[in-house]
Design a protein around this ligand. Structure first.
Ligand SMILES: *[C@@H]1O[C@H](CO)[C@@H](O)[C@H](O)[C@H]1NC(C)=O
Ligand SMILES: *[C@@H]1O[C@H](CO)[C@@H](O)[C@H](O)[C@H]1NC(C)=O
Ligand SMILES: [Zn+2]
Length: 420
């Protein structure tokens, strides 16, 4: 019977594809098997621009499955930025999970017909993890929509995954007091002696494996785009803005999502019981809302080159499936616009005098105490808001400095040839 269904659905997919209709969008909640099915179907309809891989397993053995989109899936193309979306880290927050399933189908369906999607996939490697907490989701899904507030939020060990990452903020805050670095802060050894969930560990490995430039972590329970720092500086729990060195960039990328979303940046669009984030453009500094230690977004920023924000997509954490078409209309353009931000600021290569790539060279921007480093091909990406900057590349005692003016259009290319 299962075989018959499989064959039947493959026939249907084939018909859809030959007619140029593409994958049928399913506005429904998808349990684990259905999520896996959508990912597999998407890949089978678009094998030339996608790849499916697992980054690890949940406590109960469910795969943490990623689908990647690129015009050369499976390889890093020198100079091209990589981006990621992660949803459903809190198992009971499900809108993001469904948005990412729709988004992968949309990328596949639109590659040939929508110029903007084609350009994006040709210039960017996009990784999508629709569920970081598949075990928690199953607990929440058994209750269904209207799920009691926190059922299935944590993984099955009772760990809140968005409090489980290495909390590097205290180290960074101490360091910045005496002008020390606030980037590439190592994970303290004692972190691994604590309770690290397998889901968290898999994502940490993933974050370190790819040269991600920008990402978003999709949650529910409010409507806003939340940017670093999440952890307050003075130990206060609530209401104190914790500015990062890249505050201007974070405000720009968060506002990009909020403004491209159909309601997030409108006054009075917020959720009952929360402040009206719409009246401040739909964005907030994390700690200004409430302080979180061990969150994923601060970890990305303090340990790697990736700039991550946290999106809260709907007031209802597990809404009825009937709202999904509206939610898709609300989020579709924002999901595209946000990834396009990976192409802002400056980018380029750092090479040695033989024009071979230098891995691990440092790119420093005057006035911003947060350096990025070059990846395996000597390539780097440095998000910046429009302005004129002095940029220095350094490697093993050798430095090169250049001036650059960044505009609102695509990233300026700034290459450095070092005397090494
Ligand atoms: C996880 O993925 C592997 C490799 O694709 C597959 O063999 C296995 O059946 C999957 N497990 C589950 C629980 O889906
Ligand atoms: C760094 O510079 C030193 C001194 O010039 C040199 O001996 C060493 O080989 C260089 N290391 C690398 C990795 O280039
Ligand atoms: Zn959440």
């Amino acid at each position: 019977m299962a075989d018959l269904w499989l064959k039947l659905s493959l026939v249907l997919i084939t018909i859809h594809t030959t007619l140029g209709v593409g994958l049928p969008y399913e506005f429904a909640h998808h349990r684990y098997e259905d999520l896996q099915r959508i990912i597999a179907e998407t890949h089978s309809v678009c094998p030339d621009i996608s790849r499916v891989y697992n980054i690890g397993r949940s406590v109960q053995g469910r795969n943490l499955t990623v689908i990647e989109f690129s015009d050369n899936p499976g390889t890093h193309e020198p100079g091209e930025p990589e981006v990621k979306y992660v949803a459903n880290m809190h198992g009971n927050e499900v809108t993001g999970r469904e948005m990412l399933l729709l988004f992968m189908q949309y990328l596949c369906n639109s590659f040939k017909s929508v110029w903007r999607v084609k350009r994006l996939i040709k210039s960017t490697r996009i990784h999508i993890l629709a569920s970081m907490n598949p075990d928690g989701y199953e607990i929440a899904a058994r209750k269904g929509p209207g799920n009691v507030w926190n059922n299935g939020r944590e993984n099955v060990q009772g760990i809140d995954l968005n409090r489980n990452f290495p909390a590097l903020n205290t180290i960074a805050y101490k360091s910045e007091q005496h002008g020390g670095p606030t980037d590439h802060i190592p994970i303290p050894n004692n972190y691994w002696k604590g309770n690290v969930a397998p889901e968290t560990e898999a994502v940490i490995r993933w974050i370190k494996q790819y040269p991600f430039v920008i990402s978003a972590n999709l949650h529910d329970g409010a409507l806003l785009a939340n940017y670093p720092y999440d952890q307050s500086k003075g130990g206060s729990q609530r209401g104190v803005y914790a500015r990062s060195p890249d505050d201007a960039v974070f405000r720009q990328i968060a506002a990009t999502y909020a403004n491209a979303h159909r309601t997030m940046s409108l006054p009075n669009s917020g959720c009952e019981g929360h402040s009206d984030f719409g009246s401040q453009g739909g964005i907030t500094n994390g700690a200004a809302w409430y302080s979180v230690a061990g969150g994923m977004q601060d970890f990305n920023y303090l340990h790697t080159n990736c700039f991550e924000i946290t999106l809260e997509l709907s007031c209802d954490k597990f809404p009825p499936a009937g709202v999904l078409p509206t939610e898709w209309r609300n989020n579709r353009k924002a999901l595209l616009a946000y990834i396009e931000q990976a192409h802002k600021g400056i980018k380029g290569f750092v090479l040695d005098r033989n024009l071979d790539p230098i891995v691990g060279a440092t790119i420093h921007v005057d006035g911003i105490n947060h350096d990025v480093t070059t990846a395996k091909d000597g390539d780097y990406w440095r998000l910046l808001v429009p302005n004129t900057y002095t940029v220095t590349a350094s490697y093993n005692g050798s430095t090169r400095t250049k001036q650059v003016t960044v505009s609102t259009i695509r990233a300026r290319t700034l290459n450095f040839i070092m005397d090494v």
